[in-house]
Design a protein around this ligand. Structure first.
Ligand SMILES: Nc1nc2c(ncn2[C@@H]2O[C@H](COP(=O)(O)OP(=O)(O)OP(=O)(O)O)[C@@H](O)[C@H]2O)c(=O)[nH]1
Ligand SMILES: [Mg+2]
Length: 256
């Protein structure tokens, strides 16, 4: 089974895009399942084949341990890590070619705490995986915000050690020129550096220049896909990149 993780900051569009990819895969006869890995999810626009809320929910944890919402989300993720093997067995028993994984709203819990890392590691051990890192195009249209999102994407990539595709979400919300400008900046870190530098002075200007230099040096193999989940745009391109990655090659190894 090949795992497709949707990761990104709260509200970046993970759940909506996961549902759109799932529908597109099914309508193209691609053998896939969809997994809800968010114990705090309230309503979902898809019917999950595997749902971690059957193991743990944030609501139950709040009640049982008398915790507030943030503490409960952390505790729920830790509790899920204990069930990681069972969740993997349930996913694998469905014997699909692809598993689309909708991850928790709080990216930092999944990507930076050891429970999230353990869950990801357990799920993909013995199989292949890719992460789609979602960036809201409205947010990305401010160059300094784009720089911080790109840094975050690299940090997540470094943490989870799996191939990554950068996905611009909600592209139906900006005009064609804005979208082209964002894509242009993402593909030309030097120009991104110049634009951000003109916004800043002194130490922060130097910092932004060095960050963009770093992005240029390490970003050569990351592809960017503009999407709109509501219009179903960009999913075919995501699929073709995933096919290339799942077909293998030394550059696409997941280090688990
Ligand atoms: N216009 C537009 N809105 C979108 C698109 N994708 C998501 N949204 C909206 O963005 C908001 C957040 O989307 P979600 O899919 O819930 O995002 P998420 O990353 O799963 O959110 P959390 O799990 O809470 O972190 C919702 O109001 C969606 O309707 C899109 O392609 N176009
Ligand atoms: Mg969600």
């Amino acid at each position: 089974m090949f795992y497709i993780f949707l990761l990104g900051p709260a509200g970046s569009g993970k759940t909506t895009l996961a549902a759109a990819i799932y529908d597109w895969f099914l309508s193209h006869d691609i053998d896939t399942i969809i997994v809800n890995l968010d114990p705090g999810a309230d309503w979902l626009p898809y019917k999950p084949d595997v749902d971690v809320r059957e193991y743990v929910t944030v609501e139950d944890v709040m009640e049982r341990y008398n915790l507030g919402p943030n503490g409960a989300i952390i505790a729920a993720t830790d509790l899920l890590a204990v069930d990681a093997e069972k969740i993997k067995d349930e996913i694998e028993s469905l014997k699909a070619d692809f598993a689309i994984i909708d991850t928790p709203g709080q990216l930092e819990l999944f990507a930076f705490r050891s429970a999230g890392e353990h869950i990801a590691k357990t799920l993909i051990s013995g199989g292949g995986a890719v992460s789609l890192f979602l960036i809201d195009v409205v947010f990305a249209s401010k160059p300094s915000s784009l720089v911080s999102m790109l840094l975050l994407s690299y940090s997540v990539r470094f943490r989870l050690l799996m191939p990554q595709i950068l996905v611009l979400t909600k592209c139906d919300m900006v005009d064609k020129n804005t979208l082209e400008y964002v894509l242009h900046l993402m593909e030309n870190p030097q120009e991104l550096a110049n634009v951000v530098s003109s916004e800043l002075k002194g130490l922060y200007r130097q910092m932004s220049e060095r960050i963009c230099q770093l992005l240029e040096e390490i970003g050569y193999d990351v592809e960017v896909v503009p999407t709109s989940a509501v219009k179903g745009q960009g999913i075919e391109m995501i699929y073709s990149i995933i096919q290339r990655i799942s077909a293998g090659g030394e550059d696409y190894i997941t280090y688990y």
